[in-house]
Design a protein around this ligand. Structure first.
Ligand SMILES: [Fe+2]
Length: 235
């Protein structure tokens, strides 16, 4: 059992709960100051997931929703390492991802975007990091999609990530972006993170090493749980 204490979160590296540029934060931001909780066993521990809980195609989104065919779009590999605030690998931690299909549409009743669903794409997957903290997903590059934040607002292509790490204090829910996307500088969610270097840490890097000849583009993205170089939360 990993049990330790953590330094206070550095809020210059994370978005505020209330951000006027990101409209829906006004509906959910706390209206009273937060009350710090003591770090007791329930905060310093977290759920433990075993590799045996995974199904063979859980980390391959081109296969886990296939329904007699292959999903449309650019095939991608997204891989990297999960490390703690000291740069040490975080092994055996569950990573869950979800994303829109290549047309920018989610399988969700609330998604009203006039774009087609893909009968061969479910849009969610999971994996558990190995002993060096490494993870790897195969997927389809998600499309940009419109949202109601402001006129002509489109989200840059992104993949949602959820991690627990060794304790509830290392919980992280965030989004990974793709390099060179012209929508990135315009995105209120990403821009809610006050620090430019912290915003950059949510953008993956194209990787020739991860690229598979004739098959898939590779992107690398490392995740840091807590500390001064922490991967920021989404707002
Ligand atoms: Fe999204």
């Amino acid at each position: 059992m990993d049990q330790r204490t953590y330094n206070p979160r550095d809020w210059t590296q994370h978005p505020p709960y209330l951000d006027p540029g990101y409209k829906s934060t006004g509906l959910r931001a706390p209206k009273k100051p937060l009350v710090p909780l003591p770090e007791t066993l329930s905060e310093l521990t977290g759920p433990v997931f075993g590799h045996e809980a995974l199904q063979p195609n859980d980390s391959d989104l081109t296969a886990n929703g296939a329904n007699g065919g292959a999903p449309l779009g650019e095939r991608i590999v997204v891989a990297g390492r999960v490390v703690d605030e000291s740069g040490r690998p975080v092994p055996d931690t569950l990573i869950e991802i979800w994303q829109a299909n290549s047309a920018g549409r989610y399988i969700h009743t609330a998604d009203r975007h006039d774009a087609p669903l893909d009968p061969n794409f479910f849009g969610a997957g999971r994996c558990v990091t190995d002993a060096e903290g490494r993870y790897r997903f195969v997927s389809i590059k998600p499309g940009a999609y419109p949202w109601e934040n402001h006129s002509k607002a489109f989200r840059p292509a992104h993949i949602h990530f959820s991690l627990f790490g060794p304790s509830f204090l290392t919980r992280l829910v965030t989004q990974m972006y793709f390099p060179g996307d012209p929508l990135i500088p315009l995105d209120p969610i990403l821009n809610g993170i006050p620090d430019a270097a912290a915003r950059q840490r949510l953008i993956s890097t194209y990787s020739v090493d991860l690229t598979e000849h004739g098959r898939a583009l590779g992107f690398t993205w490392d995740i840091v749980l807590r500390g001064s170089n922490a991967t920021p939360f989404e707002a």
